[in-house]
Design a protein around this ligand. Structure first.
Ligand code: GLU
Length: 371
C-alpha cells in the first residue's frame, strides 16, 4: 500500500444498506481493512455517510422525498447510531467530527479542524467525519460526502483517498444491464468524456453518484492525492488493496501535483507578516525539524490573524528561513513571544496550540535568492 495517510469515504448504502437503521453487513469488512492499515503503520480518517438513512425509519414523513427539516431530524437521530455502529468494530476509540463547507472555508475553523485531526491521529484514534447536516443550509453545504471526502483529504494532508462505491469502479458505459461495459483501471486525465461516462446514480439511498465521485477525484488528484474508486460491498476488494493491488479505478496524482502541493505553501500563500527568531530557534527549525515555539520569537512584524501565512526570519541576517501557517494572531503573539508554551494559557486565557507554527505547516526556504 503506497500511502501513509488515507481518507476512506463510506456511503450510506454501505452503512445502512436497507435504509432501515445501521448494519454491520459491509462495515465489518471495511473496519477490518482500517485496522489492518493501522497495524501496517498507516493513518486512516473515515468520512461516513448514513445518518439520514439510519434515522429514516424513526421520523414520520409520509413522503418518498422528505423535506429538508425532516432529513435534518433524521440525521440528528441517525448520526449517533452510525457512530455507535462503527465503534462496535474497532478496539481503538472513534471520534466524531461534524463539519460543513462553511467551516472549511473559514480560515480559523479550517486550522482548528486540521489541528484536531492531527492530535487524533497522533493518538491512534479513528476520526469519523460527516457533514453537520442539522445546521448546514444549502449555501454552506458541501452537499455530498464524495466531495467532502476530498476536502477532508486536503485538510488532513492525506496522500490517498478511497471512495467506496456500490460498483467496481468507473466504466466506459453504464454497466447495469450492459455486458459490454468495461471498467477503466486507470484514469490519467479527468475530461468531460469521463464525466459523461459516469452518468448518474440510481441508488435511492445514496446522495452522490459516479459524477460526485469523479468531482472528488478531480479535486484530490489536483492536490497530489491519489484517488481510488472501489467496490465497498466486496470483502475481496480490501484484500487486494492490502496487497497493494488496484481492484477498481485509480486516479494517480501526477508528479507535478505532488510537487505543487509541497510548493503550495511556499509559492501560493501570500505572507501577511513576519516572525523574527533568535539563533537557537533558527537552529531548531532549520536543522532539527522542530515546530516553532513562542520562546524563540524575538519580534513580530505586520498584522495577521490566526491561520494566516507568515515568513520566518533569522534575526542575525534578516534572511527568510521558512514560511508557515501561524496558529496565533500577531496581537496574541506580541504577548506570548519569548515565553514557554506552558505559559500561553496564563497569558492569553486560552491555548489552541502548544506550537506557533506546526512542523507540518512549515516549509524551509534554504536560500531565498535561489527561489
Ligand atoms: N451527510 C449525509 C448523511 O450522513 C450523506 C451525504 C452523502 O452521502 O453524500 O446521511
Amino acid at each position: 500500500m503506497n500511502f501513509n495517510r488515507a481518507v476512506i469515504k463510506v456511503g450510506s448504502a454501505l452503512v445502512a444498506p436497507d435504509a432501515n437503521g445501521c448494519s454491520g453487513k459491509y462495515i465489518q469488512a471495511i473496519a477490518a481493512f482500517v485496522s489492518a492499515c493501522q497495524a501496517a503503520g498507516k493513518e486512516i480518517i473515515l468520512v461516513s455517510s448514513g445518518s439520514v438513512a439510519a434515522g429514516r425509519s424513526l421520523i414520520k414523513h409520509g413522503s418518498p422525498i422528505p423535506s429538508i427539516e425532516t432529513k435534518q431530524a433524521m440525521a440528528s437521530i441517525g448520526q449517533m447510531q452510525m457512530m455507535a455502529n462503527w465503534q462496535r468494530f474497532f478496539e481503538v476509540p472513534c471520534s466524531q467530527l461534524l463539519i460543513t463547507h462553511g467551516d472549511l472555508k473559514n480560515r480559523q475553523r479550517y486550522i482548528n479542524i486540521k489541528n484536531t485531526i492531527r492530535v487524533l491521529l497522533a493518538n491512534g484514534i479513528i476520526p469519523i467525519v460527516n457533514e453537520n447536516d442539522t445546521v448546514a443550509t444549502e449555501e454552506l453545504k458541501v452537499g455530498d460526502n464524495d466531495n467532502l471526502g476530498a476536502l477532508v483529504a486536503l485538510v488532513s494532508e492525506a496522500d490517498a483517498l478511497f471512495i467506496l462505491s456500490d460498483i467496481d469502479g468507473v466504466y466506459d458505459q453504464d454497466p447495469r444491464g450492459n455486458p459490454n461495459a468495461k471498467m477503466l483501471p486507470e484514469i490519467e486525465k479527468i475530461t468531460e468524456k469521463i464525466y459523461a461516462m459516469a452518468g448518474t446514480t440510481s441508488n435511492p439511498i445514496a446522495t452522490g453518484g459516479m459524477k460526485t465521485k469523479i468531482q472528488a477525484a478531480e479535486k484530490a488528484v489536483e492536490n497530489g492525492i491519489t484517488t481510488y474508486i472501489v467496490n465497498g460491498h466486496k470483502p475481496e476488494v480490501f484484500e487486494k488493496l492490502l496487497k497493494g493491488e488496484n481492484p477498481g479505478t485509480c486516479f494517480q496524482a501526477s508528479l507535478e501535483a505532488t510537487k505543487a502541493r509541497k510548493n503550495w505553501l511556499k509559492h501560493t500563500l501570500k505572507s501577511s507578516g513576519q516572525l523574527v527568531l533568535d539563533i537557537g530557534a533558527v537552529n531548531a527549525v532549520v536543522n532539527k525539524g522542530a515546530s516553532l515555539l513562542p520562546s524563540g520569537i524575538v519580534a513580530i512584524k505586520g498584522q495577521f490573524a490566526a491561520g494566516d501565512s507568515v515568513d520566518v526570519i533569522n534575526t542575525q541576517d534578516n534572511s527568510i528561513i521558512a514560511k508557515g501557517i501561524c496558529q496565533y494572531s500577531a496581537r496574541d503573539l506580541q504577548r506570548i513571544k519569548g515565553h514557554n508554551s506552558d505559559q500561553i494559557f496564563d497569558i492569553l486565557g486560552y491555548r489552541p496550540s502548544k506550537v506557533i507554527i506546526h512542523r507540518d505547516d512549515m516549509v524551509i526556504i534554504p536560500n531565498q535568492d535561489s527561489e
